[in-house]
Design a protein around this ligand. Sequence first.
Ligand SMILES: Cc1cc2nc3c(=O)[nH]c(=O)nc-3n(C[C@H](O)[C@H](O)[C@H](O)COP(=O)(O)O)c2cc1C
Length: 353
Amino acid sequence: ILPKFYFEAYAKKHLPKIAWDYFAAGADDCSTRDENILAYKRIRFRPRMLRDVSMMDIRTKLLGTEISFPVGIAPTGFHQLAWPDGEKSTARGTLLTYSTCTLEEIAAAAPGGIRWFQLYIHCNRAVSQQLVQQAEALGFQGLVLTADLPYTGKRRDDIRNGFRLPPHMKLKNLEGAFEGVDCSEYGLPPNSLDPSVTWNDIYWLRSLTHLPIIIKGILTKEDAELAVRHGVQGIIVSNHGGRQLDGGPATIDALVEVVEAVQGKIEVYLDGGIRKGSDVLKALALGAKCVFIGRPALWGLAYKQGEEGLQDVLRILQDEFRLSMALSLLVQLLLLILILHFSLSAPTCTCDI
Ligand SMILES: Cc1cc2nc3c(=O)[nH]c(=O)nc-3n(C[C@H](O)[C@H](O)[C@H](O)COP(=O)(O)O)c2cc1C
């Protein structure tokens, strides 16, 4: 079995520098990006002993639909920078994104998978409306509204590199919407996303679709309570992989207050810094129903044959997760209790999963 960091090293070595830098980028000093990973190292398990772990059940449910293992693929743009098949490969892995393949191509590549559509709200609301309705018609099962990008964070390497999509790659879902316009800002015209979006727009989205709405980018109990009050079905605790506000909390540190605030009324997921199976277990023990991986999925795509490399990443993560469960003597995700203990200054914390 290859160590997971091999995929990162492989991607760094083989991708064009501009693509590697785009995937790796964090905002400003990258302190939040790096903290996402470091924060896991400060959390310690409090394992129990002498329980039968010869059989373990690692299934869970996402909004009622069973998944074999509580890890999905976070939405990350421009998969074709990693592998020509782009999002078609990733869709077979699990979740979905804003993409260099059309929604039809992605839906056809993964007819059986759980697919959620990730949305940014455009100033031209007709564009967003059409995407939402198209996603629902194509059988996507959830709508993920990314809330943390009223403007794009300052990613120094992308600015230095003058990052632009190569001419043969397009934001295919938006083809036609921005004909003849300068699309220099990550494939979009400058200022095309709507920075005036507020909680009231959840009602607008609700009027467009019957799909469950999941808000991505929540980091505080106040916003978690607002999400519940506005009737969304799920929250993804996320800081966009540290690519937006630098100086915000690591997502694993923000998770506890969000979980406490929602009081089990809606599902809470997490992304950011998940690099090994024990990270998944820590997030679940602190109340996440499922986690998503961003960059590791892209490294997987860059490796081998796209989808095959991604499956390798997921398989290794799954094996590590099982092992962590076994060694902490946790046999059933849905039923048992794991007690986590924060080292350093963080409070001791008990979590049901
Ligand atoms: C290259 C890249 C592109 C991304 N594009 C999007 C996007 O289009 N929409 C979105 O909601 N999040 C996007 N994200 C954020 C991811 O969904 C996710 O929050 C983050 O990657 C998780 O952190 P991780 O990379 O440490 O796993 C992107 C992240 C990366 C690394």
